[in-house]
Design a protein. Sequence first.
Length: 349
Amino acid sequence: MKKKILSLLLVVCLGLSMVGCGGNDAGTSTGSNESSNSDSKSDSNSSSDEGNSSEGGNLLKVGIINNDPNESGFRTANVNDLKEKFTKENGYDASFFYSLKNDEQISAAQKFIQDGVDYLLLSAANKAGWDSVLQDAKAAGTKVILFDRTIDAKEDLYEASIVSDMEKEGQDAVDWLKGQGLKEYNIIHLQGEMGNAAQVGRSAAMDKAVKENNWKLVAQQTAEWNAEKAQQIVQSVIDSGKKFNVIYAENDDMAKGAVAALDKANISHGVGKDVVIMGFDCNKWALQELKKKNWNYDGQCNPFQASYLDDIIKKLEAGETITEKKIVLNEKGFDANEITDADIEQYGI
């Protein structure tokens, strides 16, 4: 009898243990699927959100590749705008990947294509290297739409591009600078991450102006959109004793870093002061510095592009042909002597 009871207990325990393993396996298989628009960092420069395809239903599957949200105030606003638009409530199963490195973005794009996304939305870290990826996308039936930045690729490899005209942004800025009629132009040029469309366009405008107007570049160096690196560059120029009276920074954060170096050295800046300060992006705090006349000029770069992307996707889904391949966002520049509180409220990001 004791043996029978012992045998019965062993059978019951074995059955319970099997039920427990089955529960763990089920949890593992479903736990890998995260809901759309949830963030998980993979390294300091990139993060990804994995869409829940099991809940996709009739949702359009979209892979969105962007630059690091911490790159700048512009990028943060751009990322938030996309996240607010590409939700399940709006008909999308969206996955996000962020990096400032082109090779990481390319790997992410290849994975999105393999995962069968309907649309690949791309803001490239660098203009070069995208041809083969876009060819793979076309072969797989994945439609590609560019936003924010252009790339070096044939137009038949993507549906449309919603972009800022970075060279025009730069040209508007250097035209404004020329119009200031300074006695001399000794310029510190702080460049963004080398090779991306924003850097290429804004740098091209300055390079052209320097050549045509015989301006002097005291320093021309990338600070990679970073305030601390910009501060170090400007501090180095100050320590060298070189003469300068203009700082042309390709984004607001670098202009902010440059100003920090000037303040530390007790060098005045802004309207009627020793150094002209120029930035781009129109962060609200930067426009406030402009209104205080601590800065001189800020060029707009419009981060609110999600509605344009959504409109193009809806047209494509309806079978319409996109006749306007390149959509250029309307943008303007602001002068410290003219900016108003209303401008800051309307255009500040």
